[in-house]
Design a protein around this ligand. Structure first.
Ligand code: FAD
Length: 307
């Protein structure tokens, strides 16, 4: 199991400096993070949506240390939403937000993150779209769900994410599977201890199916965040059994991963949303993508050696 080792190593400052400074890093990073500035990303949004795909946009960054950085992140989202206005995509282009980037881990972070995310949710609603709150490590989730509840009072379409690897997730899914609630289900990308999360892939996959069933049988809007072909066909089957129409759930995948599958599902009439990250602070996002697939790490290591 290379993944947890990579995730643990990624916390080291030495490794961060090494990876960030490597001359080949940029070209490997570009596969997952297709731009640093809004001007880079608008053409990418046009291209994806032109191919019949929807997007959810993530300004990369986490682990900030000062409130000014949180305010800058909020402003980066507001700038993006302003640009989206002219594209007139409505809910075809939504936002994904990590509350850690909005200050959640700082002193008074719960209130700070809520104060920073609210204007983003408001601006998104004003152009006919919405925001999904990403799920980060398990210690942040009570705060994230409380912020989600608070935002949903005024903006019921605000989405959240639940992670199949956590023991708590079946209960969260039951609570969230209510009318109008948008819930993205993922396996989970953080290194979590054995007292809160399943550690084996087979157990995580089984939990994913159990939770997916709760969401499909419930009244909300399930968003299936996975590239796993087995889980995608199970999701189609469960949606069919629950009598859901094609517009009553959606698939989501990450930019740069299984692009052919994005197009195949869209061509079958499914709503397929591509999670597209951009920005300069790409390190944490990039390392989680390496950890998910050892072949990515081998590819990265090979390109470093062959330079
Ligand atoms: P896996 O079993 O990991 O992968 C299945 C197959 O997909 C692999 O065999 C491979 O072919 C392909 N694949 C998967 N990952 C990669 C990769 N990195 N590079 C190349 N190929 C790959 N996690 C969170 O903890 N919080 C979130 O908020 C969150 N949001 C997400 C949003 C979306 C839209 C998606 C798709 C994932 C998100 N994740 C999030 C990540 C998620 O938790 C998993 O780590 C990730 O999706 C890999 O799991 P998988 O379901 O694709 O299955």
């Amino acid at each position: 199991m290379l993944g947890p080792v990579i995730l643990a190593a990624s916390r080291s400052d030495r490794i961060r400096r090494l990876i960030s400074a490597a001359p080949v890093t940029k070209q490997v990073v570009d596969r997952f993070i297709p731009g640093e500035r809004v001007d880079d990303i608008v053409p990418v949004i046009r291209e994806l949506t032109g191919r019949g795909l929807d997007v959810t946009m993530d300004v990369v960054g986490e682990d900030i240390t000062r409130p000014e950085q949180a305010a800058a992140a909020r402003d980066a989202y507001l700038e993006l939403i302003d640009r989206l206005k002219e594209l007139e995509l409505g809910e075809r282009a939504e936002m994904s937000v990590k509350l850690s980037l909005f200050g959640q881990a700082l002193d008074g972070g719960h209130e700070l993150a809520l104060a920073n995310v609210r204007p983003v949710v408001e601006a998104a609603a004003a152009i006919g779209t919405t925001v999904t709150l990403d799920a980060e490590d398990h210690t942040t989730l009570d705060s994230t769900f409380a912020i989600h509840d608070e935002l949903r009072r005024d903006f019921p379409q605000t989405g959240c994410v639940i992670q199949a690897y956590l023991f708590r997730t079946e209960a969260d899914a039951r609570r969230l599977a209510e009318n109008g609630s948008r819930v993205r289900l993922v396996k989970g990308a953080y290194k979590e201890p054995a007292d809160v999360a399943f550690q084996q892939k087979a157990e995580i996959d089984k939990a994913y199916v159990r939770v997916l069933k709760i969401l499909m049988d419930g009244e909300g809007y399930p968003m299936i965040g996975s590239h796993d072909p087995r889980l995608i066909s199970i999701a189609q089957e469960l949606a069919h059994r629950a009598g859901r129409k094609l517009d009553e759930y959606e698939f989501q995948m990450l930019y740069g991963i299984r692009g052919d599958e994005h197009l195949r599902l869209a061509a079958e009439g499914h709503r397929m949303r591509v999670y597209t990250a951009y920005g300069t602070d790409w390190y944490g996002y990039f390392m989680r993508r390496l950890a998910e697939k050892p072949a990515n790490l081998r590819f990265f290591a090979r390109s470093m050696v062959s330079k």
